[in-house]
Design a binder for this molecule. Structure first.
Ligand code: 2HA
Ligand code: ZN
Length: 263
């Protein structure tokens, strides 16, 4: 039971999003995972932990995150249960002072997602890049994953242009577009490094034949961005299923949106 009100509110927001991704059908079995930097919500006394000997080493150290705390969904845990009981299906971890390991600091001590090393490398990259991103949200939207089974969509520019041109909101809400990361084994360090490369230019990446990953300051906004892109993908696919190639917004219309919304 978490008594700290601001931390509780942040975890409630994570649970809310876990419920949305389940309802959307983006989270079959234990699909997807979430990590959120919650350091700012912890009080000073809570931060004064003494490190224990059973810290779990990380594959690659994240020295610029030393002492930071994250809420992380648990390994094998289902989004539909995280939505109802976030603290029994996830935990708060703290990075050790050398950045080379982590400790679970909440009860029960739920083991973090298998994607933890890659989430932390992404948080570390985002910190180095001075981006205001505390959230990494990974989920499996059916429509967007479907598009990555079609070769032309494995080009980030073509993929982004197609989704942007389906509705104005996609252009407005995802101004940096989507970076496509070629297929890699889920949870692998190779996938993490390929993702970081794409995060240099984008806030959202799409893992070929696997899913989406959004980074940002607020988990609701990360969800909204994926949701908006998913809507674009649905419009595109519905048009194709109805037998026509959707016209899409023109280059000029897209450029006008960029001007109108200061993108
Ligand atoms: O956590 O989605 O990518 C399960 C996954 C792995
Ligand atoms: Zn996944």
């Amino acid at each position: 039971m978490i008594e700290n009100k601001s931390l509780r509110a942040e975890i409630d927001k994570i649970a809310e999003v876990a419920g949305y991704v389940w309802e959307k059908g983006w989270a079959e079995r234990n699909g997807g995972n979430i990590s959120v930097n919650v350091t700012r919500f912890l009080d000073e006394p809570e931060m004064n932990f003494s490190e224990t000997s059973d810290a779990t080493p990380l594959l690659e150290p994240v020295t610029n995150l030393a002492g930071d705390c994250f809420y992380v969904t648990g390994t094998g845990m289902r989004m539909r249960y995280i939505a109802r009981k976030p603290c029994e299906n996830g935990s708060i971890i703290r990075i050790t002072s050398d950045g080379a390991a982590y400790e679970i600091i909440s009860e029960p001590a739920v083991k973090p997602t298998s994607e933890l090393p890659s989430h932390l490398l992404m948080h570390s990259y985002l910190r180095k890049a001075c981006r205001n991103s505390r959230v990494v949200l990974h989920t499996h939207p059916t429509d967007i994953i479907g598009l990555t089974h079609c070769k032309p969509f494995l080009d980030s520019t073509h993929f982004t242009r197609t989704l942007w041109s389906m509705i104005p909101e996609s252009r407005i809400i995802v101004p940096k577009g989507v970076g496509i990361v070629p297929y890699q084994i889920p949870g692998s360090i190779e996938l993490a490094h390929a993702t970081i490369e794409m995060l240099e230019k984008h806030d959202i990446v799409c893992w070929e034949k696997h899913g989406m990953l959004a980074t940002g300051e607020d988990i609701i906004e990360c969800f909204d961005a994926i949701d908006t892109l998913s809507k674009s993908a649905q419009i595109y696919l519905n048009a194709r299923m109805a037998g026509f190639e959707p016209e899409g917004l023109t280059d000029k219309q897209l450029d006008n949106l960029a001007v109108a919304f200061n993108l």
